[in-house]
Design a binder for this molecule. Structure first.
Ligand code: ADP
Length: 406
């Protein structure tokens, strides 16, 4: 954090404990006996979790090192700190009833200690540990006979350079990659220099016919509920999500296969929480698990309007010990992500919202990030319609209509 940012933070917040900087005006009386639940990370997922939390008897806490992050102003207690730092996470979690994450890059050793001391963690640190490292994650699928693309492990570039015979393949950093960064397609031996000089997975390139996500909810008792599968349509040039549609239109038998695999992944991870299982389907209807996120996920934003219990609502039900909600969809939905336009950096300006909001069943979510940058996730728009063609038409229309510039 820059000195300037930190100074700004201290103007708005006062120090309560060594590691806790808490918002004064939203403090909950010490006598409150509501469950105390913390979120590690204060991005848009944290923000949407807090929007859902407002409906429940709970006191919310957020740990994040940016005092202007999307979730900072929606929680009861905001703590300034680094989610990757052992002490920051441990001090934050000590005394809370439960903790969840909105991003995987958190200090898992602190979570393990907190868990041993009785704090409930969603997902369990043991599950997080498997998922956080792409090598461990692939080995987990292999050990549990969960279909995933064939892979091998490379520790450095020298090891990668020996694998020309394994191409075309996809090279993925074991740790530190996010949102397509840390993923490199390697089609031919000439492209080997683009690979990573650090522990990575090299996996066979799947001929992707469809990319599907299945969000699964698991209660403390092990009850599970699946949301309808989501069809994620990618822009192959930019490797970013173009739009997504739910429920995905899949032949019934293929859908069963996808759902059975997603269930198996989550059962074997053996943890309560929300999980997003991402899968590839090839032209022969073979299904491969790509990766799993042990948290609320960007593929499930539409569940806010399109499903009876959203993924965010569901996680509070799980953490507060209430029955699982209904995952059924009310109406089919599409989501368009609002990414910062190329060529614009600075205070965000939103173009086209008026027209978008003038369309029936269109819902705007702006994440409250002050500054836009090319490709930064600034918000999303959900469209509901019973007609698949109308969904795709509106998704494309809104994609061209709404722009985030500066
Ligand atoms: P991230 O965790 O950064 O989102 P992913 O593992 O989901 O990375 O990979 C990003 C994208 O790269 C995927 O959505 C997919 O389009 C492509 N990709 C990843 N693995 C493969 C693969 N084995 N075969 C073909 N394409 C892949």
């Amino acid at each position: 954090m820059t000195d300037q940012l930190f100074k700004k933070a201290t103007e708005y917040f006062f120090t309560k404990h060594d590691h806790q900087v808490t918002k004064d005006q939203h403090s909950t009386p010490e006598t409150s006996n509501l469950p105390r639940i913390g979120i590690l990370g204060g991005g848009q997922l944290g923000r949407m979790l807090l929007q859902a939390a407002a409906n429940y008897p709970v006191t919310s806490y957020v740990l994040e090192n940016d005092p202007e992050c999307p979730a900072a102003h929606l929680c009861h207690h905001f703590t300034l700190g680094d989610i990757r730092d052992f002490d920051a996470v441990y001090q934050f979690g000590k005394g809370l009833d439960a903790l969840t994450i909105e991003i995987e890059s958190v200090n898992e050793a602190a979570l393990e200690k907190l868990e041993a001391e009785g704090v409930r963690i969603y997902p369990k640190p043991a599950a997080l540990k498997i998922i956080k490292n792409k090598i461990a994650q692939k080995q987990f699928y292999q050990q549990h006979e969960i279909p995933t693309s064939e892979f091998l492990i490379t520790q450095n570039k020298a090891e990668l350079n020996l694998q020309a015979g394994f191409l075309p393949a996809v090279h993925k950093l074991a740790t530190g990659g996010f949102d397509g960064r840390g993923v490199q397609l390697l089609n031919t031996a000439e492209e080997l220099p683009l690979g990573f000089d650090a522990p990575s997975v090299l996996e066979k390139m799947v001929q992707i016919h469809k990319e599907i996500a299945v969000i699964v909810a698991v209660s403390d008792q092990g009850d599970t509920a699946l949301y309808p599968a989501i069809d994620m349509v990618f822009d192959n040039r930019l490797n970013v999500l173009e739009y997504q549609v739910a429920p995905a239109l899949l032949p019934e038998k293929l859908l069963w296969k996808v759902e059975a695999i997603a269930r198996k992944v989550v059962k074997d991870l053996n943890s309560p929480g929300i999980f997003a299982v991402e899968l590839f389907i090839d032209p022969n209807n073979n299904v491969f698990v790509n990766e799993t996120a042990p948290r609320v996920h960007n593929s499930g934003h539409h569940t806010i309007e399109a499903n009876y219990s959203s993924q965010f609502d569901m996680l509070w039900r799980i953490m507060l010990g209430y029955p699982l909600g209904s995952t059924r969809h009310i109406m089919p939905a599409a989501i368009v992500n609002l990414l910062g336009e190329t060529g614009f950096s600075g205070p965000a300006v939103y173009e086209g919202l008026n027209e978008a909001l003038g369309t029936e069943h269109v819902f705007v979510h702006i994440y409250g990030k002050k500054e836009t940058r090319p490709g930064r996730k600034m918000g999303h728009i959900t469209i509901l319609s019973n007609e698949k063609q109308e969904l795709i038409h509106q998704a494309n229309r809104i994609k061209h209509l709404v722009k985030v510039i500066s």
